[in-house]
Design a protein around this ligand. Sequence first.
Ligand code: SF4
Length: 226
Amino acid sequence: MKTEIEYKINEIFETLQGEGSFTGQPSIFIRLQGCPVECSWCDTKHTWEVLLEKEVERKNIISKKEESDYWGSFTVEQLKALFIEKGYQAKHIVITGGEPCMYDLTPLCSFFESHNYSCQVETSGTFEIQVSDKCWVTVSPKINMRGGYKVLKSALLRANEIKHPVATEQHVEDLKALLSEHKIVNKKIYIQPISQKKRATDLAIKSCIENNWRLSVQVHKYIGIE
Ligand code: SF4
């Protein structure tokens, strides 16, 4: 008997995509629970653990007003019903986390693409990417993080864009070494300052110009939206 996948979801909200190629695009964000990568500067640490005692009813996820490690289980049908109930207008879905590629996302992408949505996944590149062929894949490679996971060549090859957060020259060198090691060429590369501080932004601008990469500046943080 076919059992329908239930996704463990931390939050769902509609806003504008603030990063990368889809900057400015109205989007429904689905934040999945769980991530073992352990980036020291992670701003969603509340998504790391999937604690069984933190499961709550779906209505509590829908009405979340602040960050928490509570999560709820949703099937794709339940997600679509929720989008309608909430009156969401966006037709672009951003699947993020946590590390969303801990889940098989193919059923989710296929279902929503068959209902005229487009899908995008944002991943660290440390898990095999299981999505539909049409899904836009953003790999933000997390290199040498505490969790000990390696960025996979298969993830870099599947990426439609590679988005790399930088604060120091070492971060730029890490990206260059990764691309060189896996012979990754002809990819759309975005460099994103880790903070909105001038030093990080200047470094990002400099590395974009030197390497013919593009700048991504987390527009949502500048205009004060989620
Ligand atoms: S991969 Fe993403 S969610 Fe996971 S620790 Fe790193 S920044 Fe946080």
